[in-house]
Design a protein around this ligand. Structure first.
Ligand code: ATR
Length: 264
């Protein structure tokens, strides 16, 4: 039986196993998908098991999206450009790293009917998923992408990948059309960003990468201000669907059951 994993640390919050196991079952594919909490020193052994075909594929989440790169034989163009890998598969005995977060984000934004073309976007955070979001926003022809991170040097580092990125200080306020929370603040429901979002008067769309819990304080505050909000659920589903397609050659259905799995 083929085995798939999502690896990360922490990993408890991940709903990937529920989703992939539902799709495996509904497509009559024999296989299992589980979550695995690893430490950095476990990665070598994990990738050996992939090479030996004990494990057929994996999703990679925080904090390993970049750290896995040295263990791979090849990167897709998207993974190479973003230096971020979320999907691993084996092809002719080579371990390939790909990035489905980019298309996941792009499809999610399209699902909610927001047109990024010509818009000014602010991203909060500079962690593992941010390079994928920037790549997708550029692909969707955003006018200007600004990033701000508590630790400014990490935001500055992003300029090595995207040299026309604008970096501002934490708490600086300018006019943006859309604000994206890509920090980990909100994964625990009570957590709150040290930022007064009511000051972003001209911003009408607030997006959070987090999907569990479904409404972070960032989104709740924006909703109370009458803003359009969206959580990371559709991005999560789309990135997973694309990983499934890579591994099994089938585009899985995004049906009501899928929505119920994420909303539970
Ligand atoms: P990693 O940084 O290992 O890739 P991540 O979960 O992808 O992990 O990123 C966490 C992001 O949330 C970072 O941008 C982090 O900011 P720092 O670089 O300053 O650590 C941000 N973050 C975490 N806690 C935060 C907080 N209390 N306030 C603001 N930003 C926070």
């Amino acid at each position: 039986m083929k085995k798939y994993f999502v690896i990360g640390n922490p990993i408890e919050h991940s709903l990937s196993p529920e989703l992939h196991n539902y799709w495996l079952k509904s497509n009559n594919i024999e296989g299992s998908y589980s979550k695995k909490k690893l430490n950095e020193h476990d990665l070598k052994n994990f990738f050996l098991r992939i090479k030996n075909e004990e494990i057929s594929g994996a999703n990679i989440t925080v904090p390993f999206k970049k750290a896995v790169i040295p263990f791979l034989d090849e990167l897709s163009v998207e993974a190479e450009s973003t230096q971020s890998v979320n999907t691993i598969y084996l092809n002719k005995n080579k371990i390939i790293g790909h990035n489905t977060d980019i298309n996941g984000f792009e499809l999610a934004i399209k699902d909610c009917g927001f047109d990024v073309t010509g818009k000014k976007i602010l991203i909060l955070g500079a962690g593992g998923v941010v390079s994928s979001i920037i790549y997708a926003l550029n692909k969707m022809k955003a006018l200007e992408i600004t990033i701000c991170n508590r630790t400014k040097s990490k935001a500055e580092d992003m300029k090595f990948l995207y040299n026309d990125l604008i970096v501002i200080n934490w708490g600086e306020i300018y006019d943006f059309d859309m604000i994206i929370n890509a920090t980990s603040v909100g994964l625990n429901k009570e957590e709150k960003l040290n930022l007064d979002i009511s000051k972003f008067k001209s911003s009408n769309f607030f997006y959070d990468i987090i999907y569990n819990p479904p409404e972070t304080n960032f989104l709740k505050d924006a909703r109370n201000l009458g803003k359009k909000i969206q959580n990371g659920k559709r991005m999560f589903i789309h990135q997973a669907a694309q990983a499934f397609k890579i591994w099994h050659g089938i585009q899985p259905d995004i049906d009501d059951k899928v929505n119920r799995i994420i909303d539970k």
